[in-house]
Design a protein around this ligand. Structure first.
Ligand code: AHG
Ligand code: MN
Ligand code: MN
Ligand code: MN
Length: 291
């Protein structure tokens, strides 16, 4: 679907907007339909939560199963028309009363610590898939000749440090003091023997997190004056990425607490996030406590 997007007239705007207040891309809608239909046909799901639909989708018999799937069908969609990597992010909860036939929002509005699985696909120069079921992170690469994902990263480990910081510097004027102090320290190399960090920011969360998982460093989307709760969505962006990073030996915080321990207040709730190498995240955590 994605590699031929440019040829299949799939680029550009759909002419509609979503509950997030974003103008939807054609591929946002196509990806949303593809995943909804596949998940429904799997017979494993009872509730679907997608970035592109305002309300939860309750799956009826005979297709109903015991899993809640929260997903961002197309992450980084602002990058589609210029061919930069985009992806899909998902998290899975097991229903609180499996087999009961009665499912409600109580099966969804839960801390990320109750997720049983999480992962993402990234569609770029290669198509990658990173998955965790709570026993570490495994990475797969699509072999187009086979049409299968083959395991290429059997046990992903985030380096404990990494001289790469990833943040939208365009928001710098709105950052809180701790974020400003940490970014200044990255630029000065204060905690890196005077050697400045590199800034890498793709603008697709999947791509920025994928690089952070493999190379180390820190990805940040702070709250700021413009976005008091940050921009990224708790259920289908922050929680899955936080679970993956923790399972790979890294850390993920909102700034004041562990991301996975937060409780979403709505299905499209947002939260600030700082994730990546343990020592990098602990540094900003220290600044947050001090300031
Ligand atoms: P989506 O395309 O699913 O709406 O997500 C976009 C998100 C995320 O992918 C990325 O990290 C962030 O938006 C970039 O936001 P800015 O353009 O404000 O930096
Ligand atoms: Mn979007
Ligand atoms: Mn997204
Ligand atoms: Mn999206």
């Amino acid at each position: 679907m994605l590699p031929q997007a440019g040829l299949a007239g799939m680029m550009g705007m759909a002419g509609s907007s979503n509950v997030q207040g974003e103008d939807q891309k054609k591929l946002d809608l196509v990806a949303n339909e593809v995943f909804k239909n596949s998940l429904r046909r799997s017979g494993q799901c009872c509730i679907l939560i997608t970035e592109e639909e305002e309300e939860p989708i309750f799956i009826e018999e005979p297709h109903r199963g015991d899993y809640v799937v929260v997903f961002d069908p197309l992450d980084g969609s602002s990058n589609i028309d210029c061919g930069v990597s985009v992806g899909t992010i998902f998290g899975i909860y097991k229903a609180k009363n499996p087999g009961s036939g009665n499912y409600s929002l109580e099966d969804v509005m839960r801390p990320g610590t109750e997720m049983v699985a999480a992962g993402y696909c990234m569609y770029g120069s290669m198509s990658y898939m990173m998955i965790t079921t709570g026993k570490g992170v495994a990475g797969f690469t699509l072999d187009p000749t086979l049409g299968e994902f083959v395991i290429t990263h059997p046990k992903v480990q985030v380096p404990s440090r990494g001289p790469i910081y990833s943040i939208n510097e365009g928001n710098a004027v709105n950052w809180d003091a701790a974020t400003k102090k940490y970014v200044e320290a990255c630029k000065a190399g204060t905690y890196n023997n005077g050697k400045p960090y590199s800034l890498r920011y793709v603008g697709s969360m999947v791509a920025d997190v994928h690089r952070t998982l493999l190379y180390g460093g820190i990805f940040m989307y702070p709250a700021d004056k413009k976005n008091p709760k940050g921009k990224l969505r708790v259920l289908y962006e922050c929680f899955p990425m936080a679970m993956l990073v923790e399972q790979a030996g890294g850390k993920a915080i909102t700034g004041t607490q562990r991301s996975l321990e937060t409780m979403p207040d709505s299905i499209h709730d947002r939260a600030p996030i700082y994730l990546g190498s343990k020592e990098e995240v602990e540094l900003i955590e220290m600044f947050k406590r001090e300031m």
